[in-house]
Write a new protein. Structure first.
Lengths: 321, 314
């Protein structure tokens, strides 16, 4: 039985390799060559795989999380028009369009900083240098980096809610009153640039390899999609401590709870709820409240379409909306 | 019967227990391949982004340069067993020893640096900021100059190893990568990856002697071992060209699918092994018939490869 499973696994891996190579050699490589960007050949090969992974991921999310949302929805809406913009955000992010643009924006800054540090004798040390046992155990190494990055994301998320200018941008993410699994990628572009810049510098400081970083992002965003799903689902007494569930994260989006109070909200964790337990930001409410921002109840407009949402985010940041 | 004949031939070329070592740059591992059965025996984590490898001058160890781990890992060149690790080698992409074994040079592809280390101690002697994307390295026979291709500024830089300074730079075609010194120490061959040709420079006169059409994405070199011919991989054309270093002409070009990159030739000159970056394979080519004999699945984005029973490096 295990031999059959291994055989199927090998065939799928082989199919993936050929699909990746065919798309790259037939479409991406000629394009990169004609743009005179041959130095980026390896990076574009990786980007091709990110695109394929993203396309597959969107299909799986649509099938699996869509089914979950139909099975036990928290809310049922006759009009799902407000969800459309979130679908567009998801496609732009998961198929790699926005991440690629941000990558080219941040790369010179991060590499410039890295290069400058090395000219001054500082070479970043990875977790493997601190714990040499990780050299021989890539899975343990991956999990260690996942925990470090998730811890950083918890604090980044706290910052998104704490600083006025950042909340003005991040509020776009929270303004969805019809929250679904598509909502995860509904973000202001400037908000994405800021968080990605901090994470890139952190990744550099702790020695996350680019390949590892991509894998961490893939795992994180799949879990985040589930966390945003419009589904009445909790992971149980133990599971709620281990992984952010749709119930746990819904409280973070709840009107009057998720982004108000002394700590500007609750349940900030991205993957591991333990951070909220440790730092006193967990909400124990067992309900599935409505999502959105309180001022929407008083008529504040956050926009329906993507362009207007982005524009209003900038205006809020400038104090003009 | 044919398979038996091949197995016998492979036994004759490779020493007992000898392995082919492949760097999987995409998943940070080395594949240990049995050259007789042509099967990947095991895959071992080695570090982050291992791209290039080379034997130490005494041939007793094999050095793997892990660009993103900032270290060098030393392997047994026969079995591929990991022996030791030297940290704090900044972003080593391509590496090379000067012929006098005094200097160890590392091109930092991502961070635009060329680092010169004392070869015995691996203590940094000089870190030189360079224009964009230093790539491959070659040396003059007298060890006075290291030549480095600069992929994004389209140049060759000549670095003086006596005073550790850039002596001069020379403009090339688009995205020069592989660089190769002819056995007579006269010409530098440069693979112009952003175009379809090889450029040949008289480096003493600092002038372009000739351009030879080879194939799209002309990239990296390995000697045939007869003192006269050198192979050049054309990554985007999916071909390999054989260049005559005396007449400075292409003798033949043959197809190798999947983005051929780094290569090794067996010491009997009969087989060429190459990594195929895009299809996660190592390809073995019969140099008499130019037919692909084997495709061996390995890890992600295989780049450097090595076996001890290789042809002479000239």
């Amino acid at each position: 039985m295990s031999a059959i499973a291994a055989g199927i696994g090998d065939r799928l891996a082989s199919l993936w390799t050929w699909l990746h190579a065919a798309l790259f050699e037939a479409v991406v490589q000629p394009l990169v060559f004609h743009l005179g960007m041959v130095t980026w050949l390896e990076a574009s090969f990786d980007a091709t795989e990110i695109f394929l992974v993203g396309a597959l991921e969107v299909l799986v999310l649509w099938a699996a999380l869509g089914a979950l949302e139909r099975w036990r929805p928290v809310e049922v809406w006759a009009d799902r028009g407000a969800v459309r913009a979130d679908v567009v955000y998801t496609l732009l992010v998961r198929l790699g369009v926005l991440p690629l643009a941000i990558f080219f924006l941040l790369l010179p800054v991060v590499d410039g900083l890295d290069g400058w540090l090395r000219m001054h004798g500082f070479i970043p040390r990875g977790l493997e240098d601190l714990f040499p046992v990780l050299f021989a155990h890539p899975l343990a190494s991956f999990l260690a980096y996942l925990v470090v990055i998730d811890f950083a994301m918890y604090w980044l998320h706290r910052a998104q809610h704490s600083f006025g200018f950042w909340w003005a941008l991040h509020a776009l993410h929270h303004s969805q009153r019809k929250m679904t699994f598509w909502t995860d990628d509904r973000n202001h572009v400037l908000d994405m640039v800021l968080t990605d810049a901090v994470l890139a510098v952190l990744a550099l400081a702790v020695g996350v390899a680019p390949g590892q970083f991509v894998a961490i992002v893939a795992v994180t965003r799949a879990a985040e999609s589930l966390a945003h799903a419009n589904v009445r689902l909790s992971f149980g007494r133990v599971g709620e401590w281990l992984l952010v569930s749709p119930r746990f994260h819904r409280l973070h989006h709840a009107i009057g709870l998720g982004h108000e109070g002394a700590r500007q909200g609750c349940n900030f964790a991205v993957l591991f709820p333990v951070w909220d337990h440790l730092f006193g930001t967990v909400s124990a409410t067992r309900e599935f409240p409505a999502t959105g921002i309180r001022d929407q109840l008083h008529g504040r407009d956050y926009g329906e379409g993507l362009w207007r949402q982005q524009w209003l985010g900038l205006k809020r940041m400038a104090g003009r909306a | 019967m044919a398979a038996l004949a091949w197995a016998f031939a492979a036994h004759a070329v490779f020493a007992p227990g000898e392995k082919v070592i492949v760097l999987n740059s995409g998943d940070g591992s080395i594949s240990i391949v049995d050259p007789v059965s042509k099967v990947e025996e095991r895959r071992v984590p080695v570090g982050k982004e291992p791209h290039h490898l080379m034997a130490t001058p005494d041939d007793r160890e094999l050095i793997v340069a892990n660009a993103a781990s900032n270290d060098l890992v030393f392997l047994d060149p026969v079995t591929g067993e990991i022996l030791r690790r030297i940290p704090d080698i900044s972003d080593p992409y391509q590496i090379g020893y000067s012929p006098d074994r005094k200097w160890f040079v590392a091109a930092s592809n991502r961070l635009d640096r060329v680092d010169i280390y004392h070869a015995g101690s691996f203590k940094l002697a000089k870190r030189l900021a360079m224009p964009k994307v230093p790539s491959h390295i070659a040396f003059s026979a007298d060890s006075r100059i290291a030549f480095v291709t600069l992929q994004e500024s389209n140049e060759i830089a000549a670095i003086g190893l006596e005073r550790h300074e850039v002596l001069w730079k020379l403009a090339t075609g688009k995205q020069p990568a592989g660089i190769w010194m002819t056995p007579d120490d006269r010409h530098l061959l440069v693979g112009i990856t952003g175009e379809s040709h090889l450029e040949i420079y008289d480096w003493r006169a600092r002038k372009l002697v000739k351009r030879i059409l080879t194939g799209l994405g002309a990239h990296n070199f390995v000697a045939r071992g007869d003192g006269r011919h050198v192979f050049l991989s054309n990554r985007m054309a999916n071909t390999i060209s054989m260049v005559d270093q005396e007449t400075l002409e292409v003798k033949e070009t043959f197809p190798v699918f999947g983005g051929p990159d780094c290569m090794e030739v067996t010491k009997d000159g009969k087989q060429l092994w190459t990594t195929a970056r895009w299809i996660r394979m190592v390809t073995v080519v019969d140099l008499e018939t130019k037919k692909v004999l084997h495709q061996i699945p390995v890890g992600k984005s295989p780049h450097g490869l090595y076996f001890r029973s290789h042809a002479p490096r000239r």
